[in-house]
Design a protein around this ligand. Structure first.
Ligand code: ZN
Length: 431
């Protein structure tokens, strides 16, 4: 707790009490949310539950699928074969402003419900969808990234309601999918017409504001080989070994990009900000046949300011050059398929919205809000980059996102809930 005018301190005490009062309910609500196995393409049960929760609060709910709300005509769109648009359910809940007042500033509060695969469950010390709680931590895939952020949003708004503070401008609470693969969920809400004076996405930033994030390009490499019985291995080729050569070429490209990044105005101080990952590999059919096919799913980072077309050209040229020294690929070049993220990097311009959030942060933590540079994409890019809506990425703290034993800090959840309640109160205005 720190300074502020007396009425602000009163408001903070009031909101803090409201959050304390429903704290055990808030924790079990987060457990319920984490227990949904909302893996890519399997979010609809989770979204239905959220739609019901929002409806019970008197919020007006719009539930639709990506099939019903195409985005291909918009900047920033990327196709994604991983999921079926007809099953990709999005939810936008709108809180109508108090009375007829027009004085407030509207707000989008957005989170994603899609979570990444768990990997071998036996490597977790708590089952990935059990939502076990140990020592102020809640364990589970998606607990940190980013169901705790969604939980903070919902209970911040509940705290305002319980304290009798009614926001003076519309608030859209958006729970989207495909944040982890393409961003189509966030883009679909914009396509559907949802706009506001600002947007906040409480990804788990450890209570820091995200000043900029790198972009990302997803691509698959379809590599072929000449199959022979392994007794004549020298007469054939191996698609798996050819793919291995391509991975090494892409690692070399990444090293060159990171060398160039040393002079970048924002990311120059970050060690190796361009991250490359070959995340999926499939190939071959038989242990005694040299593999005739191999498919890789890859991801490469992109500095803010670099057009996606340039990034794609660099990838293509690295793959083409590497293929020239491969006896089979030189005649049968690998196919490069762009699928999933084609996301430019994004930079957050300082704004009044950020100043308001900074004040809310300081009121709770007693210190200035620090900033971070992220080497991973988040959905704020659509707002910052394409729609001129300030898109702030700021949220609670957790550990091990995308890893084993992902966990969310309940202490941070509570603090962040209060920050968000104070932020909404000042940004939107309250009656
Ligand atoms: Zn996330």
């Amino acid at each position: 707790m720190s300074g502020g005018a007396p009425h602000q301190r009163d408001r903070q005490a009031q909101l803090s009490a409201a959050i304390a009062e429903s704290w055990s309910r808030q924790v079990s609500w987060l457990q319920s949310l984490v227990r949904f196995k909302s893996l890519p393409g399997e979010e609809s049960a989770c979204q239905s539950w959220l739609a019901e929760e929002f409806g019970r609060r008197g919020w007006q709910v719009d539930r639709y699928t990506l099939a019903e709300q195409p985005t291909a005509h918009l900047r920033g769109h990327a196709d994604c074969r991983l999921t079926d648009p007809a099953k990709a359910v999005q939810v936008v809940a709108t809180l109508a402003p108090a009375g007829s007042s027009q004085g407030g500033r509207s707000l989008i509060l957005q989170g994603h419900v899609d979570v990444v695969p768990t990997g071998p469950a036996d490597m977790w010390s708590h089952p990935p969808f059990a939502a076990d709680i140990v020592d102020e931590w809640i364990y589970g895939r998606g607990a940190q990234d980013m169901k705790m952020g969604i939980c903070a949003v919902v209970f911040a708004l509940d705290a305002l309601a319980r304290a009798g503070l009614k926001p003076q401008a519309p608030i859209h609470v958006q729970t989207v999918t495909e944040e982890e693969s393409s961003g189509r969920g966030a883009l679909s809400a914009l396509a559907r017409g949802y706009r506001a004076d600002a947007c906040l996405i409480p990804e788990p930033t450890g209570n820091m504001i995200t000043r900029a994030h790198t972009g990302a390009v997803w691509f698959s490499l379809r590599v072929k080989g000449h199959p022979v019985h392994v007794q004549d291995a020298q007469a054939g080729t191996s698609a798996i070994l050819s793919a291995f050569g391509l991975i090494q070429a892409l690692q070399q490209l990444t090293a060159r990009l990171n060398e160039d990044a040393k002079t970048d105005a924002l990311f120059g101080g970050v060690v190796d900000p361009i991250k490359f990952n070959a995340g999926v590999i499939r190939g071959g059919d038989w242990a005694s046949s040299t593999p005739s096919w191999c498919e890789l799913a890859c991801r490469l980072g992109v500095l803010p300011g670099k057009p996606i077309a340039t990034a794609k050209a660099e990838i293509l040229s690295a793959v083409t050059d590497a293929s020239k020294s491969d006896v089979f690929l030189v005649r049968h070049p690998p196919e490069v398929v762009w699928d999933g993220f084609q996301a430019e990097g994004s930079v957050l311009k300082p704004s009044e919205t950020e100043a308001v959030l900074g004040r809310a942060h300081r009121a709770v933590f007693g210190t200035a809000m620090r900033e971070r540079l992220s080497t991973a994409v988040d959905d704020t890019r659509f707002y910052n980059h394409y729609d001129d809506i300030p898109g702030l990425c700021y949220g609670p703290a957790g550990e091990n996102l995308h890893s084993f034993d992902e966990r969310a800090s309940l202490k941070s959840l509570r603090e962040t809930t209060l920050v968000l309640a104070l932020f909404v109160a000042e940004w939107c205005g309250v009656e």
